[in-house]
Design a binder for this molecule. Structure first.
Ligand SMILES: Cc1cc2nc3c(=O)[nH]c(=O)nc-3n(C[C@H](O)[C@H](O)[C@H](O)COP(=O)(O)O)c2cc1C
Ligand SMILES: [Mn+2]
Length: 495
């Protein structure tokens, strides 16, 4: 298989869920599971699969109590073909940055007259969202969640901008779904514009879409830019969409399932949402009243596939960097935003395992002048890519291998004076899912917390006097390895 061919297949798979699953099966990266119970068992199987850094795609069929043929698939975006740079350290982050640069030229979606999503239609009284499998993922979850890898699509009433974000979707009943959107996310800003006019917000949800759409739906794209266009840019061709008959919103034409309807203002209708096991590893958002989504119409393909990627505690090998390595996308965005803010000398951006995709940022800087690391730290805390649910920002010198947690801790252990090389900043943006937001602040809807910036660097003004590092010179080490490697097995890299 030539390199060009592989790249063509990767792009095709990113743009087409069913083709992607076929390839995953051919390549031995997919496991079929028949007869599992959507009440906890599918959730447990999924979570156990995260014991592997790269878990297999799990395709659940003949799900207990569900229509045969109505399927659930998890771990799609872990399929190695889609991530040729997975596990390659900073090169993975660099590859995402390069990919995101392509998306500087987003390609607008293309409207088509019809699509597989319309193979089956239910409207008004006939709508029944309970015909699709919706697992109870964890024991203490407050209900069944159909939306954990999906798009919530809305149009800004002022500008026409179409946003598509992944915000969890609970099944209340056949005609009512619950959507939990954190304050300040694009979907929240848009819905509040309709509510301010006394209108219900038109909403579409699609479940089971091209993997590239799942990725962009869960990552920060600038306000005013449509995720549908960014996804098109990433695969080099427009995403084909059909116009939703009820809302006029664009629906990916090959989506497995689509819902259309409205989200009335919470004063008109709200229902208890959650609790739901969240990615930080807790039930922090507990249960609260949230707006509802009244389903007016539902469309689906024959034998629809519910894509799912529920959150899991960030201490499994499969979630060290968030689900499907989301953290490394976020590291790439942070790197871009640091450079966009004009901070020079950034040589790497990474996330510490344990912090999932957000909490702990690590930035490597080649120090060029006094005050340089302060610029990096303050921008990293304040910029859009890292502001939500940050906790610690660790700045290190460029000789530190930031992909190695021991190297980062060594920088803290040896170059950081806690008293003089730390900033603590109050009142930074957080969300319902942050377990450290105290009850009284939650009640006041003050979803904020403090941040620590740790400058674990040689102090700039005496960096040349800083004790030299005690370590064999890298080039000399390689020379010695070459000379002695044949005789001493211990010197072989794979050993
Ligand atoms: C599996 C998964 C579930 C998510 N669930 C939620 C959620 O319930 N609410 C939320 O506000 N963000 C959630 N997010 C994060 C958003 O998808 C992410 O912030 C995205 O950038 C939102 O789109 P927006 O930037 O257009 O607002 C989730 C992400 C993933 C990967
Ligand atoms: Mn957005």
């Amino acid at each position: 298989m030539s390199g060009d061919n592989t790249e063509a297949m990767r792009l095709a798979a990113l743009g087409d869920l069913r083709y992607c699953l076929e390839l995953a099966e051919e390549m031995g990266a997919l496991e079929r599971v028949s007869g599992a119970d959507p009440h906890l068992e599918i959730g447990a199987l999924y979570e156990l699969s995260l014991g592997h850094e790269v878990p297999p795609v799990l395709l659940f069929d003949d799900i207990k109590g569900c229509v045969p043929g109505h399927r659930i698939v998890t771990n799609v975006r872990d399929f190695p073909l889609l991530n040729p740079h997975r596990g390659k350290g900073l090169d993975e982050v660099r590859a995402y940055r390069a990919g995101m640069k392509d998306s500087a030229a987003p390609i607008d979606p293309e409207f088509v007259a019809d699509g597989p999503v319309f193979e089956n239609r239910m409207t008004n009284e006939a709508v029944d969202s309970e015909i699709f499998p919706a697992p109870q993922w964890h024991e203490d979850d407050g209900g069944r969640y159909i939306g954990t890898e999906h798009l919530v699509i809305m149009r800004d009433p002022d500008t026409g901008w179409v946003n598509a974000g992944t915000y969890r979707v609970q099944v209340h009943d056949g005609k009512t779904l619950g959507i939990m959107i954190e304050p300040g996310k694009h979907g929240d800003i848009i819905r509040r514009k309709y509510w301010a006019r006394g209108e219900a917000c038109p909403v579409a949800i699609t479940i089971g879409q091209a993997p590239v759409l799942s990725t962009v739906g869960a990552t920060t794209v600038s306000s005013g830019v449509s995720e549908l266009a960014v996804a098109g840019g990433r695969i080099g061709r427009p995403i084909q969409v059909v116009e939703g008959p009820v809302t006029g919103l664009p629906l990916p034409a090959d989506a497995e399932i689509a819902f259309e309807g409205v989200m009335p203002p919470p004063e008109e209708e709200a229902r208890t949402e959650g609790p739901f096991g969240e990615w930080p590893g807790y039930y922090a958002s507990a249960e609260r009243p949230e707006p509802v989504f009244r389903v007016a119409a539902c469309y689906h393909r024959d034998d629809p596939i519910v894509t799912a990627m529920p959150p899991a505690k960030p201490t499994y090998p499969g979630t060290y960097f968030g689900t499907a390595g989301t953290a490394l996308f976020r590291a790439a965005s942070l790197w871009d935003e640091l450079e966009a803010a004009g901070v020079p000398g950034i040589t790497g951006v990474w996330k510490m395992p344990g912090g999932g995709s957000r909490f702990i940022d690590v930035v490597a800087v080649k120090q060029l002048h006094a005050g340089h690391v302060k610029m990096a730290g303050l921008v990293a805390v304040g910029c859009s890519a890292a502001a939500f649910a940050g906790r610690m920002t660790i700045i290190v010198d460029d000789d530190i291998d930031i992909t190695n947690p021991a190297e980062v801790m060594w920088a803290l252990a040896t170059r950081w004076d806690p008293k003089t090389q730390t900033d603590i900043i109050d009142d930074c943006r957080s969300g319902n899912i942050d377990p450290r937001v105290p009850p009284e602040k939650r009640k006041a809807r003050n979803l904020t917390g403090s941040r620590i910036i740790i400058y674990a660097v040689r102090p700039y003004h005496w960096k040349d006097e800083f004790p030299a590092v005690n370590m064999v010179d890298r080039d000399y080490g390689e020379e010695v390895r070459r000379k002695w490697g044949d005789i001493l097995p211990v010197l072989r890299k794979e050993a």
